[in-house]
Design a protein around this ligand. Sequence first.
Ligand SMILES: NC(=O)C1=CN([C@@H]2O[C@H](COP(=O)(O)OP(=O)(O)OC[C@H]3O[C@@H](n4cnc5c(N)ncnc54)[C@H](O)[C@@H]3O)[C@@H](O)[C@H]2O)C=CC1
Ligand SMILES: O=C(O)CCC(=O)C(=O)O
Length: 421
Amino acid sequence: MSLISDIVTSDLYTQQLKKLERVSQILSLENDVIESLSQPERVIQVKVNLKGNDGRVKTFIGWRSQHNSALGPYKGGVRFSPNVTQTEVMALSMMMTWKNSLLGLPYGGGKGGIRVDPKSLHRDELERLSRGYVKAIYNYIGSDIDIPAPDLNTDPQIMAWFLDEYIKVSGKVDFATFTGKPVEIGGLSVREYSTGLGLATITKVATEKILDGIEGKRIIIQGFGNVGYYAAKFLTEMGGKVIGVSDSKGGIITENGIDPEKVLELKKNGEPISSYEGKKVTNEQLLTWDCDILIPAAVENVINKTNASQVKAKIIVEGANGPLTADADDILRRNNVTVIPDILANSGGVVGSYVEWANNKMGDIVEDEEAKKLIITRMEKAFNNMYQEHEKKFSEYDFRTSAMAIAIERVVRASKLRGLM
Ligand SMILES: NC(=O)C1=CN([C@@H]2O[C@H](COP(=O)(O)OP(=O)(O)OC[C@H]3O[C@@H](n4cnc5c(N)ncnc54)[C@H](O)[C@@H]3O)[C@@H](O)[C@H]2O)C=CC1
Ligand SMILES: O=C(O)CCC(=O)C(=O)O
């Protein structure tokens, strides 16, 4: 059976369906179960008309995809991107279902997006767009229904506008409806860096199992935003050596090691990463540069059948959602490159969100240090659990298969118990 033929898909959705199909066959899931898991429960499309500062109306399209709620309310970020499509958001919401399930969180999967280049808007236009999006979807979200958070090009300030608009239009003063908020309004300072912290933690634990530890390992990171910067920072603190970084404009390689704080400073001053001392490289060159650990932490499908065979890293840790295609998985496995899958590697973000959400619900009883420990412990536990299952049941496949199998089985069990399947 092919799930792909009759759906007009973005490439990310095609890739996710291929990955789902592959694991479902290994788990011997029935066709109707696979069919059901392949479709979101609901996709909301909205139009936001924005009166621009030049007096003209600009029209933007956005979505919220609610993939599966068998384990709890939908949970996942909202991205602002000029390239985002409905099917991309659908794919990302499916990945959130697996991620939340794998981590044992009480959530289903959701994801949202607005098709916009945020750099093309003034700050007050961005605020009106953010508020317009929430005005359009507020009936479908809530702290027990669907809980948005930051993703690509969205940040705590945008969450603050989302929350304020939600309170105004719904009349519900429910701060747990959004996570990744500023600390002044119920945010958890740890959430800002929890994806990078989780990524570094998983990388460290994985290198202890697969290589001989993180100390001195040569690391390359694509993308220097929230995930990439904090991953670089924590991995450096843990003893790793970041030798390459990039952003959308290109990157730099320096065998002496890169200081993440100095790169951040450059970016804050509006200077390109390539002004850092070292060899200037394109993103294509960066991905296939010699290193121990490669962390694609920017956008999807960057490692695919055209470049996978040239990857020289021993381990790839997926910081972004979906940076590897299904074809790349096959090639890398044949070449003995270990892949730590996105649903495990970048799940520190949603674990941080979970602590923030629980704190908002319970009245702020978890302190920062405790939250940080909780995230690290959850991540280590999730890796060890995946590793054990892999050794026991799925050792002939890759870690993605093992992680997805654990996640999908949990969702299917919950769905059957609830009578949803
Ligand atoms: N922010 C979070 O908590 C989480 C983010 N993720 C995923 O991580 C990835 C990055 O997200 P953030 O760091 O939050 O985004 P961000 O907007 O903070 O940073 C994105 C970075 O990627 C770079 N970039 C964009 N397009 C690129 C391209 N074509 N080639 C190379 N670099 C490019 C940008 O210049 C920027 O440095 C996304 O896939 C996102 O879905 C996953 C889990 C949680
Ligand atoms: O923090 C969250 O709720 C979700 C973050 C996210 O969108 C992701 O993990 O891809």
